[in-house]
Ligand binder design. Structure first.
Ligand SMILES: C[S@@+](CC[C@H](N)C(=O)[O-])C[C@H]1O[C@@H](n2cnc3c(N)ncnc32)[C@H](O)[C@@H]1O
Length: 417
C-alpha cells in the first residue's frame, strides 16, 4: 500500500481502511484473494498481491463489506434514464481474469478506459513506482468519484482524466497496455495508434450481440491478433464509438437481436412460423461450454443472430427456455431454428445438444444447425479454440463470410483453426 499523505486532507480515509470494520475488511479481502485463486481467476503472484493490497471497500461506499468483497459482485454506480447501467465497479472475478491476460509488468505505462478507481489502483500496484497509470472516463461524475476514492486510498499518483476515450489519451501515449472496461463494438484507430510496439489491448468487444474480453497483441501487418478471450458482460461504451444493435420484435416478448449482421428478416413470415408447431432434432453431440459453442455458431453461418425471449413468452410455450438468456438462431426467409439441450448420460457433460425449428423449411434448417453442433463438438469442444484478428482500415479485409464482421474502423475476423 502506498503511504497515504492524503490522510491529512481526508481524515476519514484512514478510519475507513483501518478503523472499526477494517479488520473485517482485511479478512474479507484475504478470503476474496483465496477464492479468486481457487477459481483460477488469479494465476500469478503480482495479481494476487495487488488484490491483497487495495482496499476495495473504499471504492464501493454505501455497500456492505460482504458486497464489496464478493468475487462476482459489480455494484452499480450509475443508471441512465432508461434504467440501463452506465457505470459499475466491475466484479473482482472479471478484473482478475483481464489483469492476468494483460500481464502488466513493473514500469509499464497503462491506460484504463472506463473509471471507478479500484481497477486503476490494482494496476498502480502492478506497475509499481516506476510505472504510470491513467484512467479515463466520459462521465464527469465518475471521474470525480474515482479521483476522490483514489485519493482516499492513497493512490494519488494515478491520473484520472475526463474524455471520450474514442480518441484515446494522445498526451499520455504511447501505452504498453490499454485495458478497456466498457463494452465496445469496435476498436477506435486511436487505441492502436497509441499502443507501443509490444503493446497489448484487453478489450470487451461485442461480436454479434455477445461480448468477449479479448487480449490483443499487435501483429506484423499493423493489426491485432488475439492471445486469449472469454465471455463477459460490461456496461456499454458511450460517446462517438457507441453502437446500437437492431432489435426486431417477432411477437410480444420474442426479439431477434442483430448487431453486426446484415440478415434480411421477414418479420411477418417469422411470426407465422413461430405459431406453427415446432420440431425438435437431436445431434448426438455434447452440449457443453455454452459460451464457446455460441461463439462458434454465431461465426460459422452468416444467417445466425441471437433470439431473446422473456419469461412470459416461455411460459406461453411460444419459445423454449434457452431463449431466456439469448440463443443463436439460424434464420432463412420464413423459418428459423435455435439451439436446444437435454440431459443425456452418454455425454461427458451430461447434456446433448439439439435444435428447435419452426416454419415451412424447419426440417432443412434443423439439419444445417445439427451439422454445426456436431462440428463444434467434434473439433472445437474446448476453451479458447477460436482465433480473433482485427484488421484496421484501410487494409483490405477478407471477403465477407460468416466469421468476418465488418465494423466502422476495420474488420474482425474470427477463425476456427
Ligand atoms: C464498468 S465501468 C468501469 C469500472 C472501473 N474500471 C472499475 O474500476 O471497476 C465502465 C465505465 O466506462 C465509462 N465509459 C463508457 N463509454 C466511455 C467512453 N467513450 N470513454 C470513456 N469512458 C467511457 C462509463 O462512464 C463507466 O464509468
Amino acid at each position: 500500500m502506498p503511504a497515504s499523505q492524503a490522510d491529512a486532507v481526508w481524515p476519514d480515509a484512514g478510519q475507513a481502511a483501518h478503523g472499526p470494520g477494517g479488520g473485517d475488511a482485511a479478512a474479507l479481502r484475504a478470503a476474496m484473494v483465496r477464492e479468486l485463486r481457487d477459481q483460477g481467476a488469479i494465476r500469478s503472484e503480482p495479481v494476487a498481491a495487488a488484490f491483497a493490497a487495495v482496499p476495495r471497500h473504499l471504492f464501493t461506499p454505501g455497500e456492505s463489506l460482504e458486497v464489496a468483497y464478493g468475487v462476482d459482485n459489480a455494484p452499480i454506480v450509475k443508471r441512465g434514464d432508461n434504467g440501463l447501467t452506465l457505470s459499475s465497479v466491475s466484479a473482482p472475478h472479471l478484473q482478475a481474469i483481464m489483469l492476468e491476460a494483460a500481464e502488466i509488468k513493473p514500469g509499464m505505462r497503462v491506460c484504463e478506459v472506463g473509471s471507478g478507481g479500484y481497477n486503476a489502483a490494482l494496476m498502480a500496484e502492478l506497475v509499481g513506482e516506476s510505472g504510470r497509470v491513467i484512467t479515463v472516463d466520459i462521465d464527469p461524475e465518475i471521474v470525480e468519484r474515482a479521483g476522490t476514492f483514489l485519493h482516499q486510498a492513497g493512490y494519488d499518483h494515478v491520473h484520472v482524466a475526463l474524455a471520450d476515450a474514442e480518441q484515446g489519451v494522445p498526451g499520455a501515449a504511447p501505452f504498453d497496455r490499454i485495458i478497456v472496461t466498457a463494452g465496445s463494438w469496435d476498436i477506435p484507430p486511436a487505441w492502436i495508434e497509441q499502443l507501443g510496439d509490444d503493446g497489448r489491448i484487453v478489450v470487451p468487444l461485442r461480436l454479434k450481440g455477445t461480448t468477449r474480453w479479448i487480449a490483443f497483441d499487435r501483429d506484423s501487418s499493423g493489426g491485432l491478433v488475439s492471445r486469449g478471450y472469454g465471455l463477459c458482460v460490461f456496461v456499454p461504451f458511450q460517446g462517438a464509438g457507441s453502437h446500437t444493435e437492431q432489435n426486431i420484435t417477432i411477437e410480444d416478448g420474442v426479439v431477434l437481436r442483430l448487431d453486426d449482421e446484415d440478415i434480411e428478416v421477414d418479420r411477418d413470415a417469422l411470426r407465422r412460423a413461430l405459431h406453427l408447431p415446432r420440431i425438435e432434432r437431436w445431434s448426438g453431440a455434447v452440449f457443453d461450454m455454452p459460451d464457446e459453442q455460441m461463439l462458434f455458431l454465431l461465426t460459422n453461418d452468416p444467417n445466425v443472430a441471437l433470439l431473446h425471449a422473456d419469461q412470459e413468452a416461455v411460459d406461453l410455450d411460444l419459445v423454449a427456455r434457452p431463449a431466456l438468456k439469448g440463443v443463436p438462431v439460424l434464420i432463412s426467409g420464413d423459418s428459423f431454428a435455435y439451439r436446444a439441450a437435454r440431459p443425456n448420460d452418454d455425454m461427458s457433460s451430461g447434456f446433448e445438444s439439439g435444435v428447435y425449428a419452426h416454419g415451412p423449411s424447419a426440417e432443412d434448417l434443423a439439419v444445417r444447425y445439427v451439422e454445426l453442433l456436431r462440428q463444434w463438438a467434434d473439433k472445437y469442444h474446448r476453451r479458447g479454440a477460436a482465433s480473433i484478428q482485427y484488421i484496421p482500415k484501410p487494409a483490405t479485409p477478407p471477403a465477407l463470410s460468416a466469421g468476418v464482421l465488418a465494423k466502422r474502423h476495420g474488420t474482425v475476423v474470427v477463425t476456427w483453426p
